[in-house]
Design a binder for this molecule. Structure first.
Ligand code: SF4
Length: 359
């Protein structure tokens, strides 16, 4: 009997999240891979990401650029540099640009709307925003400007654990859920996700997370292993709990596979946190366990270290632009997969055009 008709049941999920038998796990990888192949085919979406600012007012416990970290320089990429990198993403053939920053209340709403409009008018790309919590009216303006998707991770479905890890949040757990619903009602393709192995997280939390993400009716689900801010720190630091979930790549892969079987049509990225240790870049194997998206990072090198939300070898990856995409294409070919890319030439918009567009 196929395993997936019952996979959403709490007892079944609990068993799978704690499974260690290689043969059993292989059966999970096989079914997740089949569901992914039947629903999405062999193509992998490349979504080029630019971390254009590390300014943030939040104090998320797991994040290296949180507002309390006064040991890093804060930056906002200039409009001109931003456009050059957006153009690189388009030229590399990516069908989506992801604009990401910390949560910055000073981010100019109109400037962002102009930027979105400019991208949509000049490039054949979808626009994904990942800019933290914003008001419904701001989200509506950006949607009207042409934004396609928004990513807002919930990180945990346990309200108490959420509160512990988001101490500065005047707008708490409920507010974040409301914003996800607002995004959906405005017509955004909406993404959320969780951290695997967050200090204090139990297996019961993990099971609830998987059900919670399904119930939200999302278009994208992103899950990555918790990365301690200091590489030397034990993996289970913070609010240690007796039933602490490990922050392993294996458990993250199990959750990705379960999420795939529970939500066949969602897009699931092979998250950068799976490549935090270059010696064990497990993004590629996650693509055979349910994931179908990869996000090449087009942030200029000089800013990457300042966007260190967690320690990661990937930030030192010198590959840029088309070389980075070529590298991904070669990896995918070895896996008998292919990158879904635009083949038509994009309009060669310039930074000056963007400036004259008023942004
Ligand atoms: S996770 Fe996002 S909102 Fe939280 S501190 Fe980091 S950049 Fe800011």
């Amino acid at each position: 009997m196929p395993i997936h008709p019952f996979i959403h049941r709490p007892d079944t999920l609990m068993r799978w999240t704690q499974e260690t038998d290689p043969q059993q796990l292989q059966s999970l990888w096989n079914i997740a891979d089949k569901v992914r192949r039947d629903t999405h085919g062999s193509g992998v979406h490349l979504r080029g990401i630019i971390e254009f600012s590390n300014r943030c007012i939040r104090c998320c416990s797991y994040c290296g650029i949180n507002a309390e970290n006064d040991r890093i320089n804060r930056y906002v990429i200039s409009a001109k540099a931003l456009l050059i990198n957006i153009k690189s993403i388009a030229q590399a053939g990516c069908q989506t640009v992801v604009l990401q920053s910390g949560e910055d209340p000073d981010l100019d709403e109109a400037w962002m709307a102009d930027l979105i409009r400019f991208i949509k008018n000049n490039y054949n790309m979808a626009v994904t925003l990942s800019l933290g919590e914003k008001s419904p009216s701001t989200l509506e303006k950006w949607k009207q400007a042409g934004a396609d998707r928004y990513l807002l991770k919930i990180e945990t479905s346990n309200p108490e654990l959420f509160r512990q890890h988001h101490p500065s949040g005047k707008q708490g757990f409920e507010h974040r859920i409301n914003m996800l619903r607002t995004l959906q009602s405005l017509g955004y393709e909406t993404g959320s996700g969780t951290i695997i192995g967050l200090p204090g997280q139990t297996f019961i939390d993990l099971v609830h997370d998987l059900q919670f993400l399904k119930d939200l009716g999302l278009d994208m689900i992103a899950m990555g292993p918790y990365q301690p801010l200091k590489k030397s720190a034990p993996c289970r630091d913070g609010n240690h709990t007796q039933n602490q979930v490990p922050n392993s790549a294996l458990l993250t892969h199990i959750c990705i596979a379960l999420a795939r079987v529970m939500n066949p049509s969602v897009h699931i990225p092979a998250t950068a946190a799976l490549a935090a240790d270059q010696q064990r870049d497990t993004r590629w194997s996650s693509l055979s366990r349910g994931a179908n998206v990869i996000m090449p990072n087009f942030t200029p090198q000089k800013y990457r270290e300042m966007y260190a939300i967690y320690p990661s070898d990937l930030r030192n990856n010198a590959l840029r632009g088309e070389d980075l995409v070529q590298n991904i294409k070669e990896h995918l070919m070895e896996m008998d997969r292919y990158a879904i890319l635009n083949h038509s030439e994009t309009v060669p918009a310039t930074a000056d055009e963007f400036a004259s567009a008023g942004a």
